[in-house]
Design a binder for this molecule. Structure first.
Ligand code: TYD
Ligand code: MG
Length: 461
């Protein structure tokens, strides 16, 4: 077939194709994201022409049993939804140097030790580098096959012939299809390679991990199409400086997306942290103003975290508000609520907030702890020890109920907390269970229902 070339204009953000260059993508509204690319005509036509699809009545569909294998890295297995589904395609994204290759090499080792054959295709590092790393991780195993190939057709051919149970492509930005023009990493190369990888994963029943880099603003470099294509999208995050890494599933066709995995990066690789609450709290700390403990839910797991706030006199015309670890906008709104509803005078002070341990919180239940920490720092009075807070703060200062209150209370109780401030509404709903929890406890244990944020800003010991 004549394989003439054709110019197309493709959006690097959403992957949509346009007939001409535009400053702003009409599909995803991203600015300056459209680039010109050359594709073969036949390839481009594949998208437009289709053959009649096979249709089946719903009850006649043959169910394939979903088989899972454990990778031997419990926190990874948890995020995958209880092990790796055979034939599934998983995208692992994260900043460079965060530990993606390390995590997957450890998982491959876990699989190899169980007798599964695995293939690690790395265009990122040389075979020697991989071996050195594997030695450090204690992952030298005959069942781990390694290649440096970046031609996707050769990699997939090798996979078809060696028939590994699990294949890792490190990374999608380094592989290319020689039949297409353009260098590795451009949108059409990424999309085509991902398509080929998916076809092989499904037809050969090989579970495949694809590593993807993220751009500065946190999106996976390459089109969103990649995220739509795969079964699971996982993101590894954390400060490279802090030793902790958090693995989240942003999308999972085979499990919940709420689960997180927590790891510590150590000299011999990533180590699982089965009890994260203990890690994010500093055990030896004395009472300090501006620090409050909250219980955040990460999937089905409650995690105790510490919110720290520093209030200081401003030397700027407009005072600064900065928050790391949670949403700055939400933090600014909370400060406005505290000013208006709880009478805290904050307009001539800078307020900085931080969640310790490099943890990022996306839920609103930490509002109450943040409010208590702001007041504590402003008045220079430490909060009582062994006290935790959770609850969402509304714009009129009301403390709103949050989900999983009982699980949160139990976690704080387990870690020796004695006083927990919770939303009144949660208390009313779960009263019976809460009373049972209190009765069970031998040490003093108090649950304090709160209706308005006012009540936590002037807590006395
Ligand atoms: P890596 O897995 O190469 O990151 P990615 O593939 O996401 O780019 O991890 C690189 C960092 O991890 C590197 O800066 C060194 C650190 N590291 C350790 O601290 N301990 C170890 O055992 C290993 C293998 C890496
Ligand atoms: Mg790497």
């Amino acid at each position: 077939m004549k394989n003439s070339l054709k110019q197309i204009f493709i959006c690097t953000s959403c992957g949509s194709v346009h007939p001409k260059w535009l400053g702003k993508c009409p599909d995803c509204d991203a600015w300056n994201s459209i680039h010109e690319e050359t594709v073969s005509k036949s390839q481009h036509q594949n998208y437009q022409q289709g053959q009649k699809a096979e249709v089946v009545p719903l009850p006649k569909i043959l169910e394939k049993e979903e088989k899972r294998i454990f990778c031997g890295v419990p926190e990874l297995d948890r995020v995958l939804g209880g092990g790796l589904v055979t034939g599934s395609l998983v995208l692992l994204s994260g900043d460079p140097g965060i530990g993606k290759s390390t995590l997957l090499l450890q998982a491959l080792n876990g699989l190899a030790q169980r007798g599964f054959k695995v293939l690690y295709a790395s265009g990122e590092e040389s075979c020697t580098q991989i071996k050195l790393r594997a030695e450090r991780l204690g992952s030298l195993n005959m069942n781990i096959l390694v290649t440096n190939e970046t031609n996707i057709l050769s990699i997939l051919e090798a996979a078809k012939q060696t028939r590994p149970h699990v294949l890792v492509i490190d990374s999608i930005q380094t592989v290319y299809n020689p039949e297409l023009p353009g260098s590795p990493g451009n949108v059409s190369q990424i999309r085509e390679c991902a398509n080929l990888i998916m076809q092989t994963a499904k037809s050969q029943n090989i579970s495949t991990f694809v590593i993807g880099h993220v751009t500065k603003d946190g999106a996976i470099a390459g089109p969103k199409v990649l995220e739509h294509l795969v079964d699971t999208v996982m993101h590894l995050e954390g400060d490279t400086s802090s030793g902790y890494r958090i693995l989240r599933a942003n999308k999972n066709r085979f499990g919940s997306t709420g689960e997180i995995g927590v790891f510590a990066m150590q000299g011999h690789g990533l180590v699982d942290i089965p009890n994260p609450s203990a890690v994010f709290l500093d055990e030896n700390k004395k009472d300090c103003e501006g620090a409050a403990i909250s219980v955040s839910m990460e999937g089905t797991r409650p995690i105790l975290i510490e919110v720290q706030v520093l209030v200081g006199k401003t030397s700027f015309a407009s005072p600064r508000r900065l928050a790391t670890g949670f949403d700055t906008n939400r933090f600014t709104i909370l400060l406005a609520v505290l000013e208006k509803r709880a009478g805290l005078y904050l307009s001539n002070v800078d307020v900085y907030a931080n969640v310790t341990g490099g943890f990022k919180i996306y839920e609103t239940a930490i509002d109450l702890a943040t409010a208590a920490a702001v007041a504590s720092s402003l008045f220079g009075k430490p909060l009582p020890s062994k006290t935790a807070f959770f609850g969402e703060v509304g714009l009129s200062g009301e403390v709103r109920m949050v989900s999983h209150a009982l699980t949160r209370i139990q976690e704080a109780q387990k870690l020796g907390f004695e006083k927990i401030y919770i939303p009144l509404r949660n208390y009313q709903i779960e009263k019976e269970h809460i009373i049972k929890l209190i009765e069970k406890q031998e040490r003093p244990f108090f649950i304090i229902p709160i209706e308005n944020v006012n009540e936590v800003v002037r807590i006395e010991h």
